[in-house]
Design a binder for this molecule. Structure first.
Ligand code: MTE
Ligand code: LUZ
Ligand code: MOS
Length: 766
């Protein structure tokens, strides 16, 4: 089944926030924000801005009727700055006017008198100052201390991995209007409608039942709207309530980039110990997470970093510690993979370093340490279905890894200017919110008397295709054509107390709730049919009632009409909570994930050793979708995730200056993958399996895991650099931008730089 949004998307008839028909009298609003990263506010003069024609109101913290607080996990984030500014771009207030342009002009006239305070952007420095968001956490298994003695090789080092801008195509925004009885309606571009509802209610001093949040769809979220769509929605609601007018906020791209948090940069120290046979016996890692100025989702992201610190490997002795460090950057937040990619990148770096020192291909080490069934992870979960080896083997066999290796070696032996590199990237990603409490969902189904069906769930469509999958579930359950089913917007009045659509679990959680709702209606319908047709067993297929194996005269519409005439309910609301999961934070042990997703990618890169530029040549991968319920949708997720991961580790360079100002603040200075930088070839194969019971229709979650194939791009480039400059000790500092690659190509310690330059220049003449 094709993505149900495809037609509207290509015709431009999909409704995003900015496509909502504006109500007459709508006002526009723009936040004004901190022009420094850390300061005490002495005085704010709003008068010159207020005096401008078209400016209707300017709100600051003193205008908030309820609590000036939007922190989700830790209450440490004001909606509007209090006496202190904590990051560059922190909202101080909101200008409301008759047009967006007027608000932009007006906010320039606001005078903020402040005294600057010292700015910290380095997480290690924050940790030294004891400036932590939450106490550090440690996952422990075996005994690393004792294990070092058994190791033949021990390597240690530091890895820097930078953050990533979400760059959803639809920027942050919201549109709110007042309703009767002090109630408020908020149209929001959020992954978490309930978070918006809860926070708006608290800020406005209203009970939650007076706040209706509606989400039609998102033009991308990628985690950037799991928590950080809330502020703008709450601001719009505040202005709408105060002024009793519709108010719309739509952030300019540069404001969005400056004001919102991103993927967390990490700085990590590792120590890895291997046996003579290259078995990883011990791994110790300390992560310094750059959380930014407020908690946001950082503690949860930190937790997932710990869960994924050993990626797809079994390591018997592990100590992984993580610090969430408070700095003067915008609060960093969820981003596809949610701390998992960083955890994995560090161990892959440790393996790469060990491989360089031992002069073996990294995949020799990787392969020897893949997880097997029955292995227990450092967090206590026993792996019942470990497909790390299986996907690796299928990938190596189908794509002939050894042949690729040989081709690359031959290419490198005869090519002085261009060098190729190869990396193999296995992944293993846990599916479920790591916070067990969040793993539940609800669905509401109405069958109308004409046989059409409407479905509401807590899932938010953000381009990942969850609505298409949910529609498939309902149509299949009822045995009817998919044209009969309509997926409704995500609305807090229809579905309450939702978890955000995140953790790749949107389709699983909401789909399972939907199955339950459909099944309940179905069993009532079947009972009515059985009575009418005097039959034992009733089934529904192809819009027809099948009675005791015989296709009857009764079709879906007649069945629905029959049930209605007998006063049988054609509606159902159902709840689903993932079974079997638990986690004990005191012991840091448990069974947090419903299941894991596996896969292996082979990535090759070619580096121009004269310029440092590179291409990701080919990516060939074997992915575990379980039993995919929609291959085109899943393949779209695999390609998109892969390319987003490659972008993070290669081109996308987030830069703040020492005063905490974002320098990479537009698409001209922040380079994301384009038509020219995506891999020349992406080949996707699926690991054939029966799938997993806890996955919707046995089709495993696919949203986040493929991003982590992108890690291999870094190491493929690194291996190409090593082929050119074999004896240099290369630091690991992602992203591996062409500038950094160029420096590494000619890094001293190679003892051959002059020759290399010489050769390269000669080659160019040909
Ligand atoms: N795909 C598209 N096109 N747009 C997105 O914003 N978000 C990703 C992933 N794929 C995203 C996407 C993230 S971060 C998650 S958690 C999942 O989709 C969420 O959806 P799911 O739970 O339905 O997989
Ligand atoms: N969000 C969250 C997530 O709150 N908990 C998680 O475990 C998670 N995992 C991935 C992405 N978002
Ligand atoms: Mo995705 S980071 O769980 O929104």
């Amino acid at each position: 089944m094709i993505n149900i949004d495809a037609k509207n998307h290509v015709r431009g008839t999909s409704i995003y926030l900015d496509d909502i028909q504006e109500i007459h009298g709508t006002l526009f609003a723009q936040p004004f924000c901190a022009p420094v990263a850390h300061a005490k506010i002495n005085r704010i003069n709003l008068e010159p801005a207020m005096a401008m024609e078209g400016v209707v109101a300017i709100f600051t913290r003193s205008d908030i009727p309820g609590a000036n607080q939007i922190g989700g996990i830790v209450p440490d984030e004001p909606l509007f700055a209090e006496d202190e500014i904590h990051f560059w771009g922190q909202p101080i207030g909101l200008v409301v006017g008759t047009s967006e342009q007027i608000c932009r002009l007006a906010r320039k006239k606001i005078e903020i008198d402040f005294s600057e305070l010292p700015v910290v952007t380095d997480p290690r420095k924050a940790a030294r100052n004891d400036s932590l968001i939450v106490p550090p956490r440690t996952f422990n298994t075996g005994n690393v201390e004792d294990a070092w003695e058994q190791c033949e090789h021990i390597f240690s080092g530091r890895v820097e991995v930078n953050g990533q801008e979400h760059l959803y195509i639809e920027g942050q925004g919201a549109y709110a209007w007042p309703k009767e009885d002090d109630s408020i309606y908020i149209a929001s571009s959020t992954q978490g409608p309930t978070a918006v509802q809860r926070t708006a209610a608290a800020v406005l001093g209203l009970p939650m039942h007076k706040v209706e949040v509606n989400v039609q769809r998102l033009g991308g979220g990628f985690g950037g709207k799991e928590d950080q769509a809330t502020a703008w929605a709450v601001m719009a609601a505040l202005a709408a309530k105060k002024l009793q007018k519709p108010v719309k906020i739509s952030l300019h791209r540069m404001d969005d980039m400056m004001m919102t948090g991103k993927r967390h940069p990490y700085s990590s120290d590792y120590r890895i110990g291997l046996s003579k046979e290259l078995k990883i016996l011990a791994y110790e890692v300390t992560h310094y997470q750059n959380a930014g100025a407020a908690a946001d989702l950082s503690p949860a992201v930190l937790e997932r970093t710990l869960f994924h610190s050993t990626n797809a490997y079994f390591v018997p002795n592990v100590r992984a510690t993580a610090y969430s460090c408070r700095t003067n950057l915008p609060p960093n937040t969820a981003f596809r993979g949610f701390g998992g990619p960083q955890g994995k990148f560090i161990i892959e770096s440790a393996i790469a370093r060990a491989a360089s020192a031992l002069k073996v291909p990294a995949d020799h080490i990787q392969k020897r340490n893949l997880l097997s069934e029955g292995d227990v992870m450092p967090y206590g979960q026993k792996m019942t279905e470990a497909l790390a080896k299986e996907t690796w083997e299928q990938c190596a066999r189908e794509f002939d890894l050894e042949k690729i290796r040989q081709e690359i070696n031959e290419f490198n032996a005869t090519n002085p200017r261009y060098k190729k590199g190869l990396a193999v990237q296995p992944i293993c990603f846990g599916i479920s919110f790591t916070n067990t409490m969040m793993n539940h969902a609800r669905a509401l189904v109405h069958v109308y008397t004409d046989g059409s069906v409407v479905v509401s769930t807590g899932a938010v469509e953000m381009g990942q295709g969850v609505n298409t999958k949910l529609l498939q579930v309902a149509a299949e359950r009822f045995g009817i054509s998919s044209d009969r089913v309509k997926l409704e917007s995500t609305n807090t009045l229809r579905i309450a107390n939702t978890s955000p659509t995140a953790a790749s679990a949107g389709a699983d959680l909401n789909g399972k709730a939907l199955e339950i709702a459909c099944d309940r209606i179905l069993s009532r319908l079947k009972k009515a049919a059985a009575e009418k047709l005097n039959a034992g067993e009733i089934k529904l297929a192809n819009e027809r009632v099948v009675a005791d194996g015989e296709i009857s005269d009764m079709d879906w519409e007649q069945l629905v009409g029959l049930a209605f005439s007998k006063r049988i309910s054609l509606s159902e609301h159902a709840h689903y909570a993932t079974p079997n999961i638990h986690f004990d934070k005191k012991r840091e042990k448990g069974h947090p994930f419903a299941y894991h997703v596996y896969g292996t990618a082979i990535i090759t890169a070619v580096v121009d050793c004269l310029t440092g530029t590179y291409e990701i040549d080919r990516v060939k991968l074997v992915h575990d979708c379980g039993k995919s319920m929609n291959l085109p949708v899943d393949n779209g997720q695999i390609e998109g995730g892969l390319v987003q991961g490659i972008g993070w580790l290669t081109l996308e360079e987030l830069l703040y200056d020492e005063k905490g100002k974002l320098l990479s603040n537009a698409l001209s200075t922040y380079k994301i993958p384009d038509m020219y930088s995506v891999p020349g070839e992406i080949t996707i194969r699926h690991y054939e399996t029966e799938g997993h019971e806890l996955a919707i229709k046995k089709s495993k979650a696919v949203g986040e895991p493929p991003l982590m194939y992108g890690l291999g791009a870094y190491f493929a480039i690194r291996n190409a650099v090593t082929a050119f400059n074999p004896s240099a000790d290369l630091a690991i500092n992602a992203p591996y931008t062409p500038e950094k690659v160029l420096m590494d190509l000619y890094k001293k310690g190679g003892g051959q730089e002059k020759e290399a330059v010489h050769e390269a220049k000669q080659t160019e003449l040909y």
